[in-house]
Design a protein around this ligand. Structure first.
Ligand code: SF4
Length: 382
């Protein structure tokens, strides 16, 4: 069965194109330190062999950008780069990649006086001059604060949409059409809703789909599958990433599971009747990237999952993140949030910081907090 797709425009990313009726492209991202050129090249090439259409690399510094130039020479993979706050790095990275992702919610940190519109124009001009596509990557954990202010606190979807729409309008106005949009959340039902609403208004713009911080397999694959079945089954989605918390040696699982999900949808093998049960424990964890601050992160996420099994029947969300860049923001909506620093793991309860604990201390501390939360829930129910 052919999947009927939305009539999006075609966007070229290196040797492939996404959108229009091109096959849905499958992506992954490296989690090596970008400055470790050999390890990064090895992972990029592994992912390419596994069938990755595009491989993304995080670049946060001049040193990362220098390493990227070397990585480019050693691989034929289509490369994308993820910019964080320092949008000006685009000048250094664009000559070496095929696509640049920027996050509208991160354009406020540097050069606060400069209007975001100027910054986007700079990004688009630089991408255009270097034969690069752009991705406007909106993420639930780092939505543009200016948009958040305009909506009720309980509505997380409208600010994401408003941010995506205003960036599309600006790119349209300056005549830059080689872009895709992503709207990611860790909750698959929100991913479905936000992407459906975006596609209704902008059916022309290709969408990159993903459930952010989907977590460890198999749960991370199930969450992603739920969202993708609902969206791709409706013709929405031109490129995808399955974000999994796995060690680098197993990163190709992101590609294999992505292809499997597309194949299953194409053949009518849908499984999303097993919708996520909101009355159960939900562990979310980031897929890690070059910003991960301690190699022990993946193991920590696995240990958290194992240790918290006893709480499986409680409606509690625990978020485990790999770094201090995105960890604090992306754990905001969780009941308990952890994010890794080089020597300590930070812990918070809702929005309230509890402290930083050694890697050998964090699990008992987390258990203590979880027990208290369960007791509080029992009291509320009782
Ligand atoms: S939370 Fe940090 S380490 Fe994890 S994927 Fe996001 S940026 Fe990378």
């Amino acid at each position: 069965m052919e999947i009927k797709r939305n009539p999006t425009r075609s966007v070229k990313i290196g040797s492939i194109s996404v959108g229009a009726n091109h096959p849905i492209a499958v992506q992954s991202m490296t989690a090596t330190h970008t400055t470790n050129i050999d390890a990064t090249v090895e992972l990029v090439n592994d992912l390419q062999r596994a069938g990755a259409d595009v491989v993304r690399i995080a670049v946060d510094s001049d040193k990362d950008a220098e390493a990227l130039a070397e990585i480019r020479k050693q691989t034929t993979a289509n490369l994308s780069v993820d910019l964080q706050e320092n949008y000006r790095l685009v000048e250094k990275v664009a000559p070496h990649v095929d696509k640049v992702r920027y996050n509208p919610g991160h354009l406020y940190h540097h050069e606060k006086q400069r209007p975001w519109q100027d910054k986007v124009k700079f990004l688009a001009d630089t991408a255009g001059a270097n034969n690069c596509a752009l991705r406007v990557g909106v993420n639930c954990g780092s939505v543009d604060p200016g948009q958040k202010e305009l909506f009720d606190h309980s509505d997380s979807i409208s600010p994401m949409l408003a941010s995506a729409f205003e960036h599309c309008e600006l790119l349209d106005a300056i005549g830059f059409s080689r872009f895709v949009v992503s709207l990611k959340d860790s909750d698959p039902t929100k991913v479905v809703e936000v992407n459906k609403r975006f596609a209704e208004k902008r059916p022309d713009v290709p969408l990159h789909l993903g459930v952010t911080e989907a977590g460890l397999p198999p749960d991370g694959i199930i969450k992603t599958r739920i969202a993708f079945e609902q969206l791709i089954g409706r013709g929405i989605g031109d490129t995808i990433r399955v974000s999994l918390t796995v060690p680098n040696s197993k990163k190709s699982m992101e590609i294999e599971s992505g292809r499997q999900i597309i194949d299953d949808i194409r053949n009518g093998r849908l499984r999303s009747v097993v919708a996520l049960d909101p009355s159960k424990l939900n562990i979310i964890s980031c897929p890690s990237c070059s910003r991960v601050e301690n190699e022990a992160f993946v193991e920590l996420a696995q240990d958290v999952k194992e240790m918290t099994k006893y709480a499986k029947d409680y409606a509690i969300t625990i978020a485990v993140m790999g770094c201090r860049v995105n960890g604090p923001g992306e754990t905001d909506d969780a009941d308990l949030g952890l994010w890794c620093g080089p020597a300590k793991v930070n812990l918070k309860r809702g929005g309230e910081p509890i402290g930083a604990f050694g890697y050998d201390e964090i699990l008992p501390k987390l258990r203590q907090e979880l027990d208290q939360l369960i007791e509080a829930k029992k009291l509320t129910v009782g």
